[in-house]
Design a protein around this ligand. Structure first.
Ligand code: PEP
Length: 251
């Protein structure tokens, strides 16, 4: 989108130990070698790795994010992690509402909305995920689902500095399947229009990422679609060569 600097974000999911930090450093170094002139980069890692990941890319033009946060700042929530804790560990972004969280932890739009607000309370950027399931696509409900998720999950004070929206068709995540260029074009244009209805002119500056089986081999096509301002990358973010290959689509 004209005037929007693209973002390529990784999502390591429940993968990675201290042995993976070298891969992260290599990604950060790849951005330092010129990619940073054309694209922003970050990888969201498990909470156990955030502080060491932030150390591994210290001094490099590359950011670290969390994969989820609790809506509250602190309290009696055993096993949960607040946005403030992620920030303290070195994160600058947090994914909220990933479809795996929506499914595995029964997170609804109201929960995702609360988590996005929690990231802002802590001074972080929220990557708010939306996307239809296979059944919803087959029944022709995709655009209606996206409208509903935007209405419920994106707070009214979202702006280009505090929020990124990621369109991730659930059926394309980790499956090797991707929507057609026409389908991505339609979905991203719809998301832009729905964001504009909610946020006004600010919607024209918000990054809308595509996510779902993005690889070095298909990124050229997917990332050149109108209103696609970058990618959210799962599996292919685990290997520096794959992740840098995707970000290189912008060079
Ligand atoms: C994701 O986890 O957000 C994702 C898009 O995964 P993958 O790239 O592996 O499909």
């Amino acid at each position: 989108t004209p005037g929007i600097r693209p973002l390529v974000a990784g999502n390591w999911k429940m993968n990675g130990t201290s042995a993976s930090l070298g891969e992260l450093r290599a990604i950060g170094e790849g951005f330092a070698q010129g990619l940073d002139a054309v694209v922003d980069g970050l990888v969201c890692v498990p909470a156990t790795l955030i502080s060491r990941a932030a150390e591994a890319v210290a001094g490099l033009p590359f950011a670290i994010g969390g994969e989820d946060c609790h809506p509250k700042e602190s309290g009696a929530h055993t096993g949960d992690i607040s946005a403030e804790m992620l920030k303290d560990a070195g994160a600058t972004y947090v994914i909220v509402g990933h479809s795996e969280r929506r499914t595995d932890h029964c997170e609804d739009d109201a929960t995702v909305h609360a988590k996005a607000e929690a990231t802002w309370r802590a001074g972080l950027v929220a990557i708010i995920c939306i996307g239809e399931t296979q059944a919803e696509r087959e029944s022709g409900a995709t655009l209606e689902i996206l409208s509903r998720q935007i209405e419920g999950s994106v707070p009214a004070n979202a702006n280009a500095a505090n929020a990124v929206v990621a369109y991730e068709p659930v059926w394309a995540i980790g499956t090797g399947l991707t929507p057609t260029v026409a389908d991505v074009t339609e979905a991203h244009a719809h998301i832009r229009v729905r964001l504009a209805a909610k946020l006004g002119a600010e919607a024209g500056k918000i990054r809308i990422l595509y996510g779902g089986s993005v690889k070095p081999t298909n990124c050229g096509e997917l990332l050149s679609v109108g209103n696609v301002d970058g990618a959210l990358v799962g599996g292919a973010s685990l290997k520096a060569s794959d992740f840098l290959g995707i970000a290189s689509a912008y060079q």
